[in-house]
Structures are given as C-alpha cells and as structure tokens.
Design a protein around this ligand. Structure first.
Ligand SMILES: Nc1ncnc2c1ncn2[C@@H]1O[C@H](COP(=O)(O)OP(=O)(O)OP(=O)(O)O)[C@@H](O)[C@H]1O
Ligand SMILES: O=P(O)(O)OC[C@@]1(O)O[C@H](CO)[C@@H](O)[C@@H]1O
Length: 312
C-alpha cells in the first residue's frame, strides 16, 4: 500500500473565464471543484494507475466534509484526522488566453493535541505501507520540523518516505534523510542556496544532495522535462512539446508515476519515463490530479532517458 499525507488539504476550485483582469469585476464561465492538496492529488493518480493507496492528513469544517465526500466519490480510500479548524480552498483561475493565476489560502491552525493524534494515526498506516508520500505546505501551528519528524517516524517503522514540499520545511526534512525528494527548479535552488540555470548547475545540485543521504533526488522542470540522481547516476529526460490545458498537479502526477514504478518493481529508467508521462498527461487534463491512461501510454512511447554515472 502507498500512503499519501496532505497536512494542508484543500478544495481545489478552478474558475474558467473569458478574461481575468485585476481591478475589474470578473465572472466565471465554468467551475470545477476537486478534492485537492498535493498528497490527495498523488492518491488520485495512483488510483487511476490501479495502485492501492490511502490518503491521510487533516480535514476540518464544511470544507473538510466536502473534500472527504469528493474523495469518496472518486473511490479514494481515506483516513483523515478531523480537526477544529476549517480546511482551505485553493483557487486556480484559467482565462481564455491561457493565463493562469493561483490563489492559495493559508489553511487551518493545527492544535498540539491534533498533531499528537495524527502521528498515532500515521504510525498505524505506515505499518501497512511500502511508501509514505508527504506532500505540500504546512498548515499553521506546525513547526518547520514537522516533515522531519514524520519522516523519522515513518522510516523507523519500515516504509520509505518521499517528501515534496518547499522552503524551510524541505531543508529540515533533508536532515531525516528521506528516500526521495522531488523539488522543482525553484525549490532546488532554495535548498542549495544558489540560482540554477544551466544543466550542469542543476546536475551538480543533484549530486550534492545525493551525497546527503537522499537516495532519489528528482527535479521536475515543467515543459523542460526532468533530471534525477539515483545510485551514482544522473538521468535526464526531455518531453514532447504539447499545448497544455492545466499544469496544476503535474508535479504530483510526476511523484505518483515515479513511486508507482518503484512499487511495481520497474527499473529506475522506466519509472522516470512513467513519472514524466504522468506529469505531462496531467497537464493535458482540465482537473489537477487527473490523466487519461491512453495519453499516458502514448507519451511513455515518445520519451527516452539519457543516463551517465558520476563517482562519489
Ligand atoms: N507545460 C508542460 N508541458 C509538458 N509537460 C509538462 C508541462 N508542465 C509540467 N509537465 C510535466 O509534469 C512534470 C512536473 O511538472 P512541474 O515541474 O511543473 O512540477 P511542479 O512545479 O511540482 O508542479 P505543481 O506544483 O503544479 O504540481 C514535468 O516534469 C513534465 O513531465
Ligand atoms: O499550498 P501547497 O500545499 O503547497 O499547494 C497546494 C496546491 O496548489 O498544490 C496542488 C497542486 O500541486 C493543488 O492541488 C493545491 O491547491
């Protein structure tokens, strides 16, 4: 089983409109509401890939009830800790010129006793899991060491921990040596404290991080594909140019694709192809955390990986 953790779950609401302008009255043409937050998106993709997954984290208030109902409707098995605060709404505004604007609410405040209760729940789920994927921002009330603490708890009990977050929580998480991290370029640059522009600069950052004890460091680069360091090798993958519909959640689809490859016992190379194809297939859909298996299979056939080794 693969457990996903979304500490700051959300109703992902997408507004489609003709034109979005600031300082004007804007009217929507169409609205989509989805259960969201990065970990839930990962579970949505794993479910499509037919992999046994449970989604956990915190849910609260009426928004929390709606997230649970929408997840249930998708057949996603969930086991969330209920909290006093209200889960958030994340807004994605897409206009006809394909401009895309995201407005992400801060989310609820987690109380000390809710955090303690959640760790007990996660321990139970970790005992039944092969991988635990921890994704997204931290809600208020949690320390920036929250992921570090959860990674230690998970990995001391068997499963491999994967973390996809940013800023200080990611820097702290590295201290617990998670099995895998999946930053994008901005996040990678943040944790290495330097700008990363060229392939060589990115590759050196990956090598540096792999020396800290993280087994898989995969950086996703939007339409420029991805690069990864694993087992003393650097892997690069480029992707076909396509016109995308909504790239929100592509990073989550990438994580789901990569971990599903490991879970199915595929080679690293094949897993990376599945990850990139899943990320791109997600960008072809209207909803975050969605893909068509037909797109996935066809994209996998169009992608190839370059690999070379580096010495420790
Ligand atoms: N515009 C695009 N065209 C084609 N593929 C894309 C595009 N954007 C993303 N992808 C695919 O999805 C993968 C992950 O995307 P990206 O690097 O944007 O993740 P991210 O920044 O973590 O995204 P998010 O936080 O919105 O989930 C890429 O490696 C690529 O395979
Ligand atoms: O605020 P966070 O947790 O960093 O990101 C939240 C979020 O933008 O990420 C997902 C896309 O990756 C969306 O489902 C969700 O709304």
């Amino acid at each position: 089983m693969i457990t996903t953790v979304t500490l700051n779950a959300a109703i992902d609401r997408t507004y489609y409109m003709d034109r979005f302008s600031i300082n004007k009255v804007n009217r929507t043409k169409r609205i989509i509401s989805e259960p969201g937050g990065k970990g839930i998106n990962v579970s949505k993709i794993l479910k499509i890939l037919n992999i046994n997954t449970v989604s956990t984290g915190f849910l609260g208030g009426l928004n929390g009830q709606l997230i649970k109902r929408l997840a249930d409707e998708k057949g996603i098995h969930s086991d969330f800790a209920m909290i006093e605060g209200e889960s958030r709404i994340c807004l994605n505004i897409i206009d006809e010129y394909t401009n895309q604007t995201e407005i992400l609410e801060l989310g609820p405040t987690i109380l000390e006793r809710e955090w303690i209760g959640f760790k007990r729940k996660l321990l139970e789920l970790a005992n039944k899991s092969t991988y635990v994927i921890l994704s997204g921002s931290l809600p208020k009330g949690l320390l920036t060491t929250a992921y570090q603490e959860l990674i230690e708890l998970v990995q001391q009990n068997g499963p491999r921990a994967i973390v996809d977050t940013s800023g200080q929580p990611l820097k702290e998480a590295l201290k617990a040596k998670p099995f895998m991290i999946k930053p994008n370029i901005d996040e990678l640059s943040e944790i290495t404290n330097r700008p990363l522009q060229t392939d060589d600069e990115i590759m050196n950052a990956l090598i540096e991080l792999s020396h800290t004890g993280v087994s898989v460091v995969a950086v996703s680069r939007g339409s420029d594909g991805a690069m990864a360091a694993y087992d003393n090798c650097i892997y690069t993958i480029s992707i076909p140019k396509l016109s995308v519909v909504n790239p929100v959640g592509s990073g989550d689809a990438f994580v789901a694709g990569l971990v599903s490859g490991f879970y199915d016992g595929e080679s690293f190379e094949k897993s990376l192809i599945r990850a990139s194809a899943a990320g791109t297939a997600n960008a072809l859909q209207e909803k975050a955390g969605d893909l068509s298996l037909e797109d996935l299979n066809s994209l996998e056939k169009q992608m190839s990986v370059n690999q070379f080794s580096f010495t420790k």
